[in-house]
Design a protein around this ligand. Structure first.
Ligand SMILES: *Cc1c(COP(=O)(O)O)cnc(C)c1O
Length: 482
């Protein structure tokens, strides 16, 4: 009898341990995790903690009999992978890759210009190592970050000097504040623009400390309007490129050369906010001519400002070029320090400008590549893209390749419509809006456009049809083929 009790105990202990041994080890869980690409951004320690937590729960469930020994191992592995995946998903950065199927080449909300490979490399290098951002390698003394791109900009625009700030809005603000604070700036009513809701010329002017003096009417402004407006308080005549709209019909504007003549006669400087600011002649690429910075400098503008991430095809930046004496004044303004751009931008900008000077930009600059694609080239991508989507969507989804027009975007050449080919997607019960939502929730998200009640994917902005090999599974709307 004496040996009975310990025996029973041993048996009970063995019975309890057996099921626990049925559970996979932490190592086994980690091995599975290591094989899954989607879990790469979670640390080993984090995954370990997760696996331990699950193991504890499953132990309790086993001992209480809530789950069966035979299936416990499989269940636990499945559960752990599921948890890890949902954590990895929750851990995903907010800024994500999306597929731009809008056909809008310079889409402000999708980040405007895609950078050339050399510009991407330059930014990565600047991020990774110390650089001579403000260090003169010849003298060993302090350098100026503007010098990194000034000679390229001089060569490309014919201007005497250049300075770089964060974006074109900052460029306009800095120019007006430096040259006209407390005084008047004469602008035509037809050029008091608003861009994308956040850049309104009168507001920027007010914040610069300069006073706006509107002349002319919305559709017509004459030489005499400017002449009559100039007085002792006048600091500048400002011309603004009406980027995102055109006034057509009964119109008259005073051209830049005329304005320069008026300014010279009265001793007043003329400056221009050119917006997109082409550095090259777009008509060489089958596009309509957009005013070039070089032409505006040659026509006598004292200063021209433009964006780095519009037709230039570079990073977000505000570029100011013009007469040295004026640029020096801008550089001396404390606002310049507040508006200066960072090393990654400057690195990418320098590489982009070099491409403009010496590279085969038609191939190297994504912006130009996309603008220059013919409907025929786009058709091939559209056909392949449709096949890829066909494999992923139930048969009720109808996919047709149709003619369409794409826009350049960012207020560049607003009246220009580029012939393109698009995939029109329809469904017997889903609206265009719900189709757009379904594509937005794909992984990665696909951004198309809705026109005349239908949902379209414009392939102008997709170079590789494999971009449409997206995952609709897990989509809460769940329209994918099972
Ligand atoms: C786009 C644009 C701006 C604003 O430029 P950002 O680089 O976006 O700040 C200002 N003026 C004109 C005429 C523009 O076209």
């Amino acid at each position: 009898m004496a040996s009975e009790k310990p025996k029973a105990n041993q048996q009970r202990e063995a019975e309890c341990k057996r099921p626990l041994r049925a559970l996979p080890s932490i190592d086994a869980c980690l091995k599975i995790a290591a094989r899954d690409d989607r879990l790469r951004n979670l640390s080993r320690d984090y995954l370990k903690k997760l696996a331990r937590g699950a193991q504890d729960e499953f132990r309790t469930a086993l001992v209480s009999g809530a789950i069966k020994v035979e299936t416990a191992s499989k269940q636990m592995l499945g559960e752990i992978v599921q948890r890890m995946l949902s954590l990895a998903q929750a851990d995903e950065p907010k800024l994500r890759t999306v597929v731009n199927a809008t056909g809008v080449v310079l889409h402000t909300n999708l980040g405007r210009a895609l950078l050339a490979e050399t510009a991407i490399e330059a930014a990565a290098t600047a991020a990774r190592s110390a650089i001579n951002l403000e260090y003169d390698l010849d003298s060993g003394g302090r350098g100026d970050r503007d010098n990194l791109v000034e000679s390229e900009l001089r060569e490309l625009t014919g201007a005497e000097a250049a300075t770089i700030v964060n974006n074109n809005a900052a460029a306009v603000l800095l120019t007006l504040n430096t040259l006209a604070a407390g005084r008047e700036v004469v602008v035509s009513r037809g050029e008091l623009i608003e861009i994308g809701g956040s850049f309104r010329l009168p507001d920027v002017m007010a914040h610069s400390g300069a006073r706006l003096k509107e002349v002319g009417t919305t559709n017509r402004t004459h030489r005499r309007d400017y002449e009559q407006a100039i007085g002792p308080e006048t600091a500048l005549l400002l011309k603004v490129h009406p980027s995102n709209y055109r006034i057509i019909g009964f119109t008259h504007e005073v051209s830049l050369p005329e304005l320069v003549a008026i300014g010279r006669a009265r001793g007043v400087e003329v400056i221009e906010d050119l917006g997109a600011g082409a550095l090259i002649d777009l008509s060489l690429y089958g596009l309509p001519h957009e005013p070039m910075v070089r032409e505006r400098i040659a026509a006598g503008a004292g200063i021209v400002t433009f964006s780095g991430d519009k037709l230039l095809g570079g990073p977000q930046a505000g570029i100011v070029v013009g007469r040295r004496e004026l640029i020096e004044q801008l550089r001396a303004n404390p606002l310049k320090r507040a508006l200066r751009c960072d090393k990654l931008t400057l690195a990418a900008l320098e590489a982009t400008l070099r491409l403009h000077l010496r590279g085969a930009i038609a191939d190297a600059l994504p912006t130009l590549r996309m603008l220059g694609r013919s409907a025929g080239e786009i058709e091939m991508v559209a056909a392949r893209g449709r096949d890829i989507l066909r494999e992923r969507l139930a048969t009720e989804f109808q996919l047709d390749i149709v003619d369409a027009y794409s826009e350049i975007g960012s207020g560049s050449l607003p009246t220009v419509q580029l012939k393109t080919r698009a995939i029109r997607i329809t469904h017997p019960t889903m609206t265009a809006g719900s189709l757009a939502a379904m594509f937005r929730h794909a992984r990665p998200p696909v951004i198309g456009r809705i026109r005349e009640g239908a949902f379209f994917l414009d392939l102008r902005t997709i170079e590789d049809p494999a971009a449409l090999a997206v995952d609709f599974v897990g989509n809460t709307i769940g329209f994918a083929r099972p």
